[in-house]
Design a protein around this ligand. Structure first.
Ligand code: FES
Length: 121
C-alpha cells in the first residue's frame, strides 16, 4: 500500500538550493533522506552515499555543487545526477536510492513503498 505524506511547502525547495531533510524507515532501518528541487522538479533520495554508507552532506542540507548541476558526496566527491540519482563520477557504485515525490497545491509529499515507511511514533 502506498501513502502520500506531507514533507514540506513547495516554497521550501528552491532550484539548486538547500535540501529539506526527512527521516524514513528503509528496509527496516531508520535513514535520513533529503528533497531538492532541480530544473523546476522536486526529487528525493536517501542520504546515503553508494561508495560507503555515509551521509552525503558535510554542511547540513547542502548537496549541490557550485554549479548547481550535481549532487556531491562531501567525503570523497562522488557526483550524482539530481534528477535520477544516477552516479556520474567519483567512487560511487550505482545510483542513490530514489524516493518518489509529488507536488500539488503548494505542498510536496513523499510516497511510501513496500520497503520505505514513515518512522513509527
Ligand atoms: S563516502 Fe561518498 S564518495 Fe566516498
Amino acid at each position: 500500500m502506498q501513502d502520500l505524506l506531507p514533507l514540506c511547502a513547495s516554497s521550501d525547495l528552491v532550484d539548486g538550493g538547500r535540501a529539506v531533510p526527512f527521516d524514513v524507515v528503509f528496509a527496516g532501518m531508520t535513514c535520513r533522506a533529503f528533497a531538492v528541487r532541480f530544473q523546476g522538479q522536486v526529487h528525493a533520495y536517501l542520504n546515503r552515499c553508494t561508495h560507503i554508507a555515509m551521509e552525503l552532506d558535510y554542511q547540513p542540507d547542502r548537496f549541490f555543487d557550485d554549479t548547481g548541476n550535481w549532487l556531491l558526496c562531501a567525503t570523497h566527491g562522488a557526483a550524482y545526477r539530481p534528477d535520477t540519482g544516477e552516479c556520474a563520477g567519483g567512487p560511487c557504485r550505482g545510483g542513490l536510492v530514489k524516493i518518489e515525490l509529488s507536488e500539488s497545491g503548494g505542498v510536496v509529499r513523499w510516497h511510501t513503498a513496500w520497503n520505505l515507511q514513515p518512522l513509527a511514533f
